[in-house]
Design a protein around this ligand. Sequence first.
Ligand code: 5AD
Ligand code: FES
Length: 348
Amino acid sequence: MYKTGELIERLSNEHSLSLEEYAFLIKERTPEAATELASLADKKRREVYGTDVYIRGLIEISNYCVNDCLYCGIRRSNKACDRYRLTPEEILLCCKEGYKLGFRTFVMQGGEDPYYTDDLLCELISEVKSQYPDCAVTLSLGERSRESYEMLFKAGADRYLLRHETYDKEHYEKLHPSSMSWDNRMKCLRELRQIGYQVGCGFMVESPFQSEKELAEDLKFIEEFKPDMCGIGPFISHKDTPFKDEPSGGCDLTCYLLSIIRLIYPNILLPSTTALGTIDPMGREKGLKAGANVVMPNLSPVGVRKKYELYDNKICTGEEASECIECLRGRINRAGYKMVTDRGDIKR
Ligand code: 5AD
Ligand code: FES
């Protein structure tokens, strides 16, 4: 039998455990182990990033989606979803507002929406990069062809977020319709990296059918793939999806995993997510204290925010960007960190 304390010490020194050890650490989670992991993770993040917290302006460009992920509120089959698309002009206005507020990274996120052709996106990305050469552009637009990823990169996109959702193929197939493929998801991640993007992957915590076995696989994947970023947040049920009656994930396990990921890869960029802030009013602060170093406030026009509802009760859908950023600045300060105006690239 393993001893939790010894595993934590080894993880902290060697940045690696076996699949069985990761699973044990998750299964045998205690408040004491969580405190120990968070304190080691926070120490590591301070060694690499000090108390800096990077901000990313999230622009939710469209809630149209060709996919039908069983957990997601903007899935194609959800007839109750009120669909919208932002025009390039509207997106540029978000960037303008964001730049004034101190954002130096813009994340364009949306469902898989064929309206956003390569030509449209390339023009938009070039425009953002020419207006704001000191900013990074991050895309989070799902699975596209290698050629598309290449064109968008050439147009100036710096980073791409594509959560793998779960590293366990069988589990992936329980969360997605048969039209979606785990193999293609993984292929996209590999291609993005080959092309030269800074790549972010990630997964939901306590999604349906997930146990410590699947989470251990996610951790092993992070250890081996070494993504520049990793977005994790609790699964939160959405009332108009097949998973409406499934229990949502918890803040404590999410923070526990954030700490483990920080120890696996001390330099990684780790957001304290909106989902974490939704499941617990102090979730984002707890995430930062557990080792996260990034927050992603919403820059979308207030009129569309409520419509980009991936899960129920999402926070910050009524606030202006300026209100969110001031609210977050206070939260970050009170947690003992400092919001900075910086592109926030990974430190190597
Ligand atoms: N609960 C939590 N996270 C969700 N996502 C989608 N639906 C949900 C949900 N119901 C996450 C997915 C996706 C990211 C944009 O949001 O991981 O990749
Ligand atoms: Fe949006 Fe607090 S971060 S209101």
